[in-house]
Design a protein around this ligand. Structure first.
Ligand SMILES: [Zn+2]
Length: 213
C-alpha cells in the first residue's frame, strides 16, 4: 500500500499523513523533513522562505530514502510530487525500485476556510505544535500557551493573507497537472470540516481500494 497525499497549504496534510501512517503501519515520508534532516544551511534558508529546492535534488533524496526502506514496507508520502516533472520522475523511480504507485489522495479545501486557518494559526517555537483559536478542536487549552510544553505561542511572520494567496495560486498551477496526470489513481476528500471527518473519508477510500485485493 503506497499513498501520495496532496493538498493546498493549511488543508491538514501533515496531520492526515501521520494518522494514515499510524493506522495502516506505513512509513510517513515528508519530503520537507527529508530536506531539513540534511542540515544544509542553504536548503534550510530556502525552506524558511517557503521556497522549493530543484526537482533533481528532491527526486534524488527521495530515491535514496526509498532504497533504504524494506521492500515490503508501504509508505505515505506528503510534499511530493509538486509538479508534473516530479510526477514523471517519480514514476520512473518507482519502476527502477520495482514499487507500485498506489493511490493519490487529494485533500480539497475551500480557500476561505484555509485562509482562516492560516491567518489565525499560532505555533510553538519550542516543539513545533500548531494551534488555532478559530476552531474548537485546535484551540490551545490556555490561550497563547502550548499544550505540550507550556512555551509561549507565536504567529509566524509569513502567515498572512497575501502569502497564502500566492501559495494557493502556486498549488493550483503546479499540482493540478499532477492530479490530471495520475487521473484514474486519484481520490478527492473534503478537508474543510475538521481533521476527524477528513480522516473518516480517507479510511473509506483506503478500505474500498485495498480490501478488494
Ligand atoms: Zn510546545
Amino acid at each position: 500500500m503506497n499513498i501520495i497525499l496532496m493538498a493546498p497549504p493549511a488543508a491538514g496534510k501533515g496531520t492526515q499523513a501521520k494518522r494514515i501512517s499510524n493506522k495502516y503501519h506505513l512509513e510517513h515520508i515528508s519530503t520537507g523533513d527529508l530536506l531539513r534532516n540534511l542540515n544544509d544551511e542553504k536548503i534550510n534558508e530556502l525552506l524558511a522562505e517557503g521556497k522549493f529546492v530543484s526537482d533533481e535534488l528532491i527526486t534524488e533524496i527521495l530515491e535514496n530514502h526509498l532504497k533504504s526502506l524494506p521492500r515490503e514496507k508501504g509508505f505515505v508520502i506528503d510534499g511530493f510530487p509538486r509538479n508534473k516533472a516530479q510526477a514523471i520522475a517519480y514514476e520512473n523511480m518507482l519502476k527502477r525500485l520495482n514499487r507500485e504507485l498506489g493511490i493519490v489522495i487529494v485533500l480539497d479545501i475551500d480557500k476561505s476556510v484555509a485562509l482562516k486557518r492560516i491567518v489565525h494559526r499560532l505555533i510553538c517555537p519550542n516543539c513545533g505544535a500548531v494551534f488555532n483559536d478559530m476552531f474548537p478542536d485546535t484551540k490551545a487549552k490556555e490561550a497563547g500557551i502550548c499544550d505540550n510544553c507550556s512555551h509561549k505561542l507565536i504567529k509566524r511572520e509569513d502567515d498572512t493573507e497575501e502569502t497564502y494567496e500566492k501559495r494557493y495560486q502556486i498549488y493550483l498551477e503546479q499540482t493540478e497537472p499532477v492530479i490530471n496526470y495520475f487521473k484514474e489513481k486519484v481520490y478527492h476528500v473534503d478537508s474543510s470540516i475538521n481533521a476527524d471527518y477528513t480522516f473518516e473519508q480517507i479510511e473509506k477510500i483506503i478500505g474500498g481500494v485495498y480490501d478488494k485485493h
